[in-house]
Design a protein around this ligand. Sequence first.
Ligand SMILES: Nc1ncnc2c1ncn2[C@@H]1O[C@H](COP(=O)(O)OP(=O)(O)OP(=O)(O)O)[C@@H](O)[C@H]1O
Ligand SMILES: [Mg+2]
Length: 334
Amino acid sequence: MRIGLSYDLKETVATERAIGDDAFEEYDSPETVELIAASLEAEGHTVTMLGGGREFLSKILQEKVDFVFNIAEGRGIYRSREAQVPSILEMLDIPYSGSDPQCLAICLDKPLTKKLVASEGVSTPKWRVIANRQELRQIDSCDFPFPAIVKPAYEGSSKGIHLTSVVEDTQQAMEVVESLLEQYQQPAMVEEIILGDEVTVGIVGNSPPLVLGIMRILPKQRNGYFFYTLEVKRNYLDLVDYECPAGLEEKALQQIQISSLKAFKALGCRDFARLDFRISPQGVPYFLEMNPLPGLGTHSDLVIMAQKTGWSHRQLISAVLKAALERYPKCVCV
Ligand SMILES: Nc1ncnc2c1ncn2[C@@H]1O[C@H](COP(=O)(O)OP(=O)(O)OP(=O)(O)O)[C@@H](O)[C@H]1O
Ligand SMILES: [Mg+2]
């Protein structure tokens, strides 16, 4: 099959407007793109590099491809940016891997995602959205459970999430919210902190979707509380141990598995996804967020999890592709 690969490289997007030092954190490296292309070629396909943005627009009209393997994160600071490439592919009626524009747009909006997942009975930490400076004053009047974490509402890759994002009271929350509103030009959310283990869950397939693994993320130095911040993700080799399967109690593992599949279905995810939980000291898993377009580079959590489960990169890419091809031309998996 002739497969087009759509992607956004850090170095290409860096020519656009930069906001902060993490402005390009979600974008991919040439090594990741080469790795995915090599895995697709090893399965017998020919690969055409389509890139992203304007380059993608002209190449998708010129090149003859049967299918697009999409890892493009999209351009700008829009909350629907991950939906850009899949929307164009739907307009041209070209089949592609991964979730559809609606799912991708919802999942980059963390508060909206949490509402949908909570409506399925999945526990998620309490939260408040602060959309602008006027709403800042309202935090004062509510009895929000502190400590809390303050994060941008429409980001991933731990953009805007540092140790200083953890706040103990209203005053500190207001300061962090104000700086996020300014820096990220989007609402901020204040979320109850769940102090306990952190796990990330990989899902592959559609009928039915299968939990590939539940991986616990442990700090190498076990002093104080651990958060998987931007700084930790950038230096994961020195700071983090990955444990898969996660050494948790059977009851917690079962609960995580059930909640993960409920979230995948509720949000309309397809083919693959990765989602994060924190587990309370009482053993209750709390859903944090869904990534329907998780990283596929060697340093990415899903790839690390796959390798710990005995899957090569090629097997992971092949499973995603197979899931996409099997469901096509269905738009939604039921
Ligand atoms: N409510 C919370 N309680 C405890 N820790 C939290 C909470 N929210 C976020 N964190 C910490 O911050 C990290 C990043 O948060 P989150 O997963 O929401 O961000 P992200 O940028 O979407 O991540 P990803 O890189 O997976 O896309 C989490 O992995 C966790 O360590
Ligand atoms: Mg996360």
